[in-house]
Write a protein that binds this ligand. Structure first.
Ligand code: ADP
Ligand code: MG
Length: 710
């Protein structure tokens, strides 16, 4: 057994092992060694007590400034208050002693110690109630040597296990640690100048210097990227080896008929990605391609052309959408783009044509029965649907291509369930479209088992979107002006969106659709204002959306349900209320609903967030650019802020802890190259038992978890 697989119980004793398992889920020596220090404390370089995060368990090193114990007035209880300081800030430690005097030694003025507890606030001051502590003066040789020594690891801790207790256990484990099977091939290690795994654990938990700790972190950070990329490289290799039916589109088929009636020229990106897809689906292994691109870059047309190609080849295509609104919208867009080509079964329909069928959860029994029948018989060439498509009873005559829109909302399992509907013994070709452009490394990390195509061009003829941040409290007149702008645009024949953070009575702050609807009905009297949100019955949602598409509705007051995919080129204004309540990518997606036609467009981000606040700054960043890649990078950076060593804090373990995929782009890229080379040479990792073990631990997890969590 590898020394990392040894049960903790056999090394550190039952009590500690049980506690560690209970609070952190640690079972093996490896689990404990992978509990990385959050930071290091240095004697003399004291913790900044001013910045203690509320409600977190912290361990601080400080000196006692004063200490007093007194009986509470008129009660049999005693209270101890110890004020400690790091020379800059102060912190109060409080102990209540029920019906008795203190039964432990109270820290005295002048003493140094480590204090561990949960930060709370009392009369607007930070305090720790009942913290555990170790004093320099205690017999504990560990604490004394730690104080004399250099770097003391401070671990993510809980109320029940303080950092210093974890430290003691780690020490015990390190003392008995034999050779550790390395996860990195020797060649990779020396190429990147990385230390061995055992050395890295020792240096991380018991560093002689800051440099040594940093070197250990570099090594473990690379490990994280590498193991992840090995899993993805293996998965890609397996997927590529699966059998698929080749789908060769005929020159005179539906696709050419469609191309002939398309009202615009494809961009060169659309053309080359299209050619790539056609080539891949004509091979006998499944395509697994990710199509990403800026909002409005025209991903839908690319997907539709791929679907038509497989229909030409006699197969069926399924388009899976994350919401009912989006499925409906795809149905509308696709049938209208296809025109007569979507009317095979009707009189006057094109003889080349096919049938486009919708399947969602809210259809009537009769509608559903018909849809299921069309899908099973092969009558439906293109099937558009929500999660309902994944259900068991949906059987395809010959499922050839699965297109997944807005991938990050679907898990790997759901992808797999749909893939299983292909004819026996084969896999469908898969095309995944992401809503948000994501930086290259994120794509490599999260979708590493897919090949990536990126549409970088925005179709010609688009007019610019101008974005302004409107400070509601500072300039209330500008809000009034925003409504006037909507009226002006509508009088020019345009339409507008107004987006609110909530629907009605949810217990969150921010403008609600309901209130805004009644307010705007008054302010914009004479215009047709209507609401759209997720709690409306789906036939009503569809009716409202249809009326907005038709231009009957002038102003649509909605939640972020319109965030993805909604395509009404005539809409030229978007007003987002309490905009700071939305994330960066979300606002960017919302803004992508305008500027889709030939009209110059205006996006107003209304906010009460004060100048200089994080929310306001974020909105200003969004207003300053329409580059989705830059914004998604900003988004990810913000969401992972402060998460370098701290993700484990609550006791939950995550797979990407040291690595920040945005910051560590180069590491991910290097690890990916090395992983691909390795998997080509040794696909089953026979030469590297340490890596095999790490990969087995990781590959159970869904790599898309990371995005959902972030
Ligand atoms: P997204 O990539 O955001 O999903 P869509 O596929 O919804 O973008 O396309 C946005 C709009 O651009 C749609 O109205 C679509 O018909 C139009 N469009 C797509 N490709 C082109 C093109 N090559 N030239 C002009 N308009 C295009
Ligand atoms: Mg789209």
């Amino acid at each position: 057994m590898s020394s990392l697989d040894k049960p903790l119980k056999s090394v550190v004793g039952g009590v500690s092992a049980t506690k560690l398992e209970e609070h952190f889920g640690m079972v093996t020596v490896g689990d404990l060694l992978s509990h990385y220090p959050r930071r290091y404390a240095i004697h003399g370089e004291l913790t900044d007590l001013d910045s203690l995060p509320l409600d977190e368990h912290v361990t601080v090193m400080a000196q006692v400034r004063s200490s007093s114990t007194r009986q509470m007035r008129g009660r049999p209880n005693w209270i101890t208050e110890v004020v400690v300081t790091d020379g800059r800030g102060e912190l109060t430690l409080v102990y209540f002693h029920k019906q008795q005097r203190p039964r432990f030694r109270i820290p005295k003025q002048g003493e140094f110690g480590l204090f561990a507890g949960k930060v709370s606030a009392y009369q607007s001051r930070r305090q720790l109630a009942h913290p555990e502590f170790v004093l320099q003066t205690e017999e504990d040789p560990d604490s004394v040597s730690a104080f004399a020594g250099a770097l003391i690891p401070v671990y993510p801790a809980t109320a029940k296990i303080a950092s210093w207790q974890i430290r003691k256990t780690v020490e015990t484990v390190l003392d008995g640690l034999d050779d550790v099977e390395d996860t990195l091939p020797e060649a990779v290690r020396s190429a990147h100048n990385l230390m061995g795994l055992r050395d890295a654990y020792v240096a991380l938990h018991r560093p002689a210097s800051r440099d040594e700790a940093d070197a250990a972190l570099d090594r473990l950070r690379f490990d994280e990227a590498f193991v992840h990329q090995v899993v993805l490289a293996q998965r890609r290799r397996e997927l590529r080896a699966l059998p698929a039916a080749p789908r060769m589109s005929s020159a005179m088929g539906l696709l050419s008929a469609f191309d002939a009636r398309m009202p615009f020229e494809l961009t060169s990106g659309q053309r080359s990605v299209g050619a790539q897809i056609e080539k891949e689906i004509s091979q006998d292994h499944p395509m697994h391609r990710l199509l990403q691109g800026e909002v409005g870059s025209g991903k839908t047309v690319v997907a539709l052309r791929a679907m038509l190609a497989v229909v030409d080849a006699g197969g069926q295509a399924a388009l899976l959408a994350p919401t009912e609104i989006l499925a409906q919208q795809h149905l509308r867009t696709i049938t209208s783009m296809l025109g007569p080509l979507a009317e095979r079964s009707r009189l006057g329909g094109d003889s080349h044509g096919t049938t486009v069928t919708l399947l969602t959860g809210s259809m009537t029994t009769a509608q559903r029965r018909q849809a299921l029948l069309d899908i099973a018989s092969g009558e439906a060439g293109i099937v558009i649907g929500t999660h309902a498509l994944i259900e068991d009873r949906v059987t395809f005559a010959d499922l050839a291509l699965v297109v997944i829109d807005e991938q990050h909302r679907f898990g790997v399992e759901q992808r797999a369930a749909l893939a299983a509907k292909a004819p026996d013994g084969t896999r469908p070709h898969v095309l995944v479209m992401t809503a948000t452009p994501i930086p290259r490394t994120i794509a490599m990390t999260v979708f590493g088992d897919l090949d990536v195509s990126t549409l970088t061009e925005i179709p010609a003829g688009r007019k610019e979107i101008t974005t302004h941040v409107v400070a509601e409290l500072e300039k209330p007149a500008h809000v009034t002006r925003a409504w006037e702008r909507i009226r002006e645009e509508v009088s020019q024949g345009r339409q507008a969106y107004v987006v609110c953070p909530r629907i009605g009575d949810e217990p969150v702050e921010g403008a609600s659709v309901m209130e805004t609807l009644s307010e705007l009905t008054r302010i914009l009297s004479g215009l047709h204002v209507a609401a759209l949100h997720g709690r409306m019955p789906s036939d009503e949602k569809d009716r409202v959306m249809q009326e907005f598409v038709d231009g009957t509705i002038d102003v649509l007051v909605a939640t972020s349900v319109i965030e993805v995919g909604v395509d009404v080129p005539n809409a030229s204004v978007m007003v987002v209320l309490d905009a700071e309540r939305f994330g960066v990518s979300q606002v960017h997606q919302l803004r992508g609903r305008i500027g889709r036609g030939e009209h110059a467009s205006l996006c107003l981000l209304i906010t009460k967030a004060p100048l200089g606040s994080p929310g306001r700054t974020r909105l200003e960043a969004i207003a300053s650019t329409t580059d989705g890649f830059a914004l998604s990078r900003l988004d990810l950076e913000q969401r992972r802020e402060g998460d370098v060593l701290g993700a484990v804090q609550s006791g939950r373990r995550s797979t990407l802890r040291l690595l920040e995929v945005v910051r560590d782009e180069d590491i991910v890229a290097a690890a990916r190259e090395d992983a691909i080379v390795l998997i080509d040479e040794d696909p089953d990792l026979l030469s590297l038992p340490g890596l095999r073990r790490a990969v087995a631990a990781l590959s159970d997890e869904d790599s898309t978890d990371f995005l959902q969590k972030a």
